[in-house]
Design a protein around this ligand. Structure first.
Ligand code: EPU
Length: 433
């Protein structure tokens, strides 16, 4: 079984370099399909989700080459329509961006319903609503999505999102870039990766305005051209190391970040007594000797991100007093609580609310990584627990954290990776490629 084996008790010290943002990269790679020319993309995170998407593009006829570990060139000039490879599409959530990019480029898309982490029902009705407004005929049958631009090319339209959705906002942006006329997305999501996608598209010749606000205007253009683009740093990866530093009572300089993107996370960490010093592209995080309880609620950006909720769940097990976490985005993002209970945590969950009775000493145990961020949370729990923690299903963690174990061990953690050759052969094939 693939496992991380963590000997607890480390105090993290030193510097860590943050990689490119996963949730920007997983939209930008599919969006490169719109470009006739070479897209040079810098600061690509080396994680299995980006590897999977690059493999999908290659199977659609793109030429992908690595200039360095984090710089790639994608040339989609000679791609032509074909059905997207279903086995790969099913693996990840972000494969839904192929619906927008294939519709925009070819006027047709046939894909599977997306995979990804399971936090309860994760519909894509707002993506479909947007594509329909742009003139696509869409049906979902037997787990497949069939989409065709009725006139062969999409046309601009006004789309109001009934729910603030990161994926729907970015997918509609991608589809609208080559559509005829103007598209307006209202009640759009405002996450940093939405601005990053807009900047990428604009640097390739698109005309996208207002990203980062709740109204995004896209004037369709005839063609996109090649160019060079650097992906922003990963807000959630940075936040995870910040919590790891705070939880272990360490002192870590988090480098290559945009402090503005970290404000929601920094604010809640400061409430726990954690000291944070801000520099131009770095944050110094000093864990306190004793953590204070807090309440938090996850919300769309600029609110506190749901993707940091499990890591804070662990932190608040250590804080003195009772903390309350309210999950404002997903129906079922507290599955990791059962794993934490195995380590001695006292947490009551009622629907979207978790009440954490803090001040506990966690003890090592065999646990699962239920999903990507829950897995990262279990790693933090393992580092602060006494004894040894064995985490399985670590492929979830490797979907989104570049060289996680290597970076943590460089800060003083004691984590060994055990790969089972048979179990991990296919999962790791992507990470290595
Ligand atoms: N929703 C709908 N209909 C839709 C789309 C979304 O009802 O058509 C609902 C969802 O079920 C959810 C809420 O709206 O309750 C927000 O979902 P959103 O669309 O914003 O999420 P997503 O695009 O599926 C992305 C990230 C997630 C992150 C969320 C929220 C990617 C590939 N995934 O998901 O990242 O949690 O935004 O910020 O960008 C992660 O990185 O660990 C991760 C899960």
């Amino acid at each position: 079984m693939d496992q991380y084996i963590i000997r607890g008790g480390a105090t993290l010290h030193g510097e860590v370099e943050i990689s490119g943002a996963k949730n920007a990269a997983v939209a930008i790679i599919p969006a490169a399909l719109l470009v006739k020319g070479v897209c040079r993309i810098e600061n690509i995170p080396q994680i299995s989700d980006t590897d999977t998407l690059l493999t999908i593009l290659t199977q659609l006829g793109a030429r992908v080459s690595y200039l360095s570990k984090s710089t790639i060139e994608i040339d989609c000039t000679d791609t032509r329509y074909q059905d997207a490879p279903y086995d790969l599409m099913r693996k990840i959530r972000a494969s839904y961006y192929l619906i927008g990019s294939m519709l925009g480029r070819f006027g047709s898309a046939k894909t599977t319903m997306p995979g990804g982490c399971n936090f309860g029902v994760r519909p894509i009705d707002q993506h479909i609503k947007g594509m329909r407004a742009l003139g696509a005929e869409i049906s979902v049958k037997n787990g497949f999505v069939y989409a065709d631009a009725i006139d062969g090319r999409l046309h601009g339209a006004r789309v109001y999102l009934d729910k603030v959705s990161v994926g729907a906002t970015m997918n509609i942006m991608i589809a609208a870039v080559l559509a005829e006329g103007r598209t307006i997305i209202e009640n759009a999501a405002r996450e940093p990766h939405i601005v990053d996608l807009a900047n990428f598209l604009n640097s390739m010749g698109a005309d996208v305005r207002g990203a980062g606000t709740d109204t995004i205007k896209i004037n369709g253009v005839e063609e996109l051209h090649g160019g060079t683009y650097t992906i922003i740093p990963d807000q959630i990866e940075a936040g995870t190391y910040m919590v790891a530093a705070a939880a272990t009572g360490g002192e870590v300089l988090i480098k290559n970040i945009i402090p503005k993107h970290m404000e929601g996370i920094s604010a809640k960490l400061r409430e726990t007594g954690t000291v944070i010093e801000e520099f131009e592209e770095a944050l110094l995080v000093k864990g306190p000797t004793s953590l204070r309880r807090i309440n938090l609620k996850t919300m769309p950006y600029p609110g506190f991100p749901t993707d940091m909720q499990p890591q804070f769940g662990v932190l608040l097990c250590l804080a003195n007093g009772t903390s309350v976490i309210t999950e404002g985005i997903y129906d079922n993002r507290f599955k990791y609580v059962n794993e934490l209970r195995k380590m001695g945590a006292e947490i009551q969950v009622d629907g979207r609310v978790a009440v954490i009775d803090g001040g506990r000493r966690l003890t090592g145990a065999p646990v699962h990584a239920c999903d990507l961020r829950a897995g990262a949370a279990m790693v933090i729990a393992g580092m602060v627990a006494s004894g040894v923690t064995e985490i399985d299903d670590i492929h979830f963690i490797e979907r989104g954290y570049e060289r996680f174990v290597e970076k943590l061990n460089a800060l003083g953690a004691d984590i060994q990776v055990h790969y089972d050759e048979e179990e991990s052969a296919s999962a790791r094939a992507f990470s290595i490629s």
